[in-house]
Each structure stands twice: as structure tokens, then as C-alpha cells.
Ligand binder design. Structure first.
Ligand code: CO
Ligand code: CO
Ligand code: CO
Length: 318
């Protein structure tokens, strides 16, 4: 990255040069630390739910590595001169409630005055050094499974425009606030070859990261992509966040769309997600079993969305 030599040592399992969901550092032969940090400006109007979503999002990178989050610290930038402190209290209450749900303790934090509100957390988790899941390692024949439906960026654009009904606002808010905890726990019982969480680069951007530089390609079934109800209609109305165009531009050369994949679905596949689901690859013979377990555990939209092939290396066919 930009020619800077970062300090490192032999205990770094995942560091900056690998650009994964979180950093991993070996402490003993049995324990490695997983460390990650994430913060952003409000993604919903309700301060409490913004706190919940920010915490679910920050924890997600630990789950994406296959780990168990243990401790967290708050990061707050707050316009104290122009905003009531009760807003901050509600945000932090939301964050704390999600940490409790995750079984994670809050042990510190830092706040500054800023003209623009921002909130997030740094999270530390643990994992066995031999069980770290990274973005790389997908094998031909692996089935790709996605645990949450796509379209949060598009629906949030519609919400900002006042076009989404209340029940959809509620549904998408809860979806973004839902933890990837149970999914990560279930994954640990299977031969998962690679895993990541779907966030700003969108489904295809994150899948492209997983296969870039690997001797494999991917095939995606357009009809198996789980989509938030209404997202396709909003996409047809042109309610596409700017990030979706950037994501398309960045990865277009790796993607081949068939005639079956309409423009709306393409936009959804590039739509930047807030606190999206896990995307992972497992051997074909384990795929139906893990899919059934995910569906039993409140992940009704989970779907086998495609597979990995030794053909067309570095290319995703949709
Ligand atoms: Co991530
Ligand atoms: Co990340
Ligand atoms: Co992150």
C-alpha cells in the first residue's frame, strides 16, 4: 500500500498486506486476537437504531473471520454545540444493547467534538490460530452461501426520499441491526474454505475480492439472489446510491452478465450494503445441511447463490 513499509512480526497471521475483514495476531499456539474498527455517519434517522446498526456492523468483521468477539470500545464524534446530548445517549444505548446481545463487554472509548456526527466501535475477538477464515481459499466445487438479502443501500436511498412505507423502514432497520453471530457459530461446524461479510463494495465487489488472484472463477444464479422486497422496484426508479456505480466501475472487468440478469438485479448486486450478511464457500456435500441450519436460526433468506469453478479464472458469471 502506497510504498509504506508497515511494522510487522512473525505473529501477524492477517495484516495489512492481505486486506481482510480484520487483523489477526497470534498470542499463543491456541489463541489469536482478532482486531477491527469501524465507524460511520448515521445510516438511519433513529439514534437508538443507528447505535444498534453501528455495533452490529463493527462486530461483523470478527464474525467474518470465524471468531468470537469479546471486548469493544466506543468511537464518538459529536456536534455538542448543535445537537442534544440525549441523541448521543440513545446512540450509545443502542450500541450497548447490541453488545449485550453479542455477549461482548464495553471496556472503554473515546469521543471528540466534530461538526458531523459519527459513531462506531473497535472490537477485539479471539480465535484458534488454525481456524482463521479469510477471504481466500475458495475451491472448485464450493457452494457459495449468502446469509442476508441484498438491497440496503437502494432501500435507504428510497427512505431518504420519503418513498418507503414504515413497515419497510422497520424491516430494513432490523435487518441491518441483526448480528452475524449465529451464522458464524454455525459455520464453525463445517469445512468453510473462505468467508467475508458484505459491506460497502456490494455482493459482487466482495465476491471479486475473494476470487481475485485465485485460480478459480465463480458462477452466480441470478434467481437465487435474496433481495429485500421492494428493492428491485426502487432500483427500476433509479434510486441507486452513488457507491453502486463506483463498485460497478471498479469490478466490471471481472463480471460477465447473461441476458437473464436485468439491470435492476445488476444494480442490487453492486449495491453497497450496511451491515450485510456473511458470504462463504463450503464443499457441495455440506451446503444443504448448513443452509437448513441457517434457515432454522432466523436466517430465512439465506440462499445457495452459486458455485466456484476451475474454469474462467478470475471471472464471475451471473
Ligand atoms: Co468486512
Ligand atoms: Co472490513
Ligand atoms: Co469493516
Amino acid at each position: 500500500m502506497c510504498g509504506i513499509a508497515f511494522p510487522t512480526d512473525e505473529n501477524v497471521i492477517v495484516g495489512l498486506e492481505k486486506a481482510d475483514d480484520a487483523g489477526v495476531y497470534k498470542i499463543t499456539d491456541d489463541i489469536a486476537l482478532i482486531q477491527t474498527v469501524d465507524f460511520f455517519t448515521p445510516v438511519v434517522d433513529d439514534p437508538y437504531w443507528f447505535g444498534r446498526i453501528a455495533a452490529a456492523n463493527a462486530l461483523s468483521d470478527v464474525y467474518a473471520m470465524g471468531g468470537t468477539p469479546k471486548t469493544a470500545m466506543n468511537l464518538v464524534a459529536f456536534p455538542v454545540k448543535t445537537m442534544a446530548l440525549s441523541v448521543l445517549r440513545d446512540i450509545i444505548q443502542g450500541g450497548v444493547d447490541t453488545l449485550k446481545e453479542a455477549g461482548v463487554v464495553l471496556i472503554g472509548g473515546h469521543s471528540i467534538e466534530d461538526s458531523e456526527l459519527k459513531y462506531g466501535l473497535s472490537v477485539t475477538g479471539v480465535i484458534h490460530p488454525d481456524r482463521v477464515l479469510t477471504k481466500h481459499g475458495l475451491k472448485p466445487g464450493d457452494r457459495l452461501i449468502l446469509t442476508k438479502p441484498l438491497g440496503t443501500g437502494i432501500v435507504n436511498t428510497a427512505i431518504k426520499g420519503g418513498l418507503a412505507p414504515d413497515e419497510l423502514v422497520d424491516r430494513v432497520t432490523r435487518l441491518m441491526a441483526s448480528l452475524n453471530k449465529k451464522a458464524a457459530e454455525l459455520l464453525s461446524g463445517y469445512s468453510v474454505h473462505a468467508c467475508t461479510d458484505i459491506t460497502g463494495f456490494g455482493f459482487l465487489g466482495h465476491l471479486a475480492e475473494m476470487i481475485a488472484g485465485s485460480p478459480v472463477g465463480a458462477v452466480i444464479y441470478p434467481e437465487k439472489i435474496p433481495v429485500i422486497p421492494g428493492a428491485e422496484e426502487f432500483a427500476a426508479m433509479g434510486l441507486i446510491p452513488g457507491g453502486a456505480y463506483k463498485n460497478r466501475e471498479f469490478r466490471e472487468s471481472m463480471i460477465r452478465f447473461s441476458d437473464r440478469t436485468g439491470r435492476e438485479l445488476q444494480d442490487i448486486l453492486f449495491d453497497p450494503q450496511t451491515s450485510g450478511g456473511l458470504l462463504f464457500g463450503v464443499p457441495e456435500e455440506e451446503a444443504e445441511s448448513i443452509l437448513a441450519r441457517l434457515k432454522e436460526n432466523q436466517m430465512a433468506s439465506a440462499s445457495i447463490v452459486g458455485y466456484i469453478t476451475a474454469d474462467h479464472q478470475g471471472t464471475i458469471r451471473v
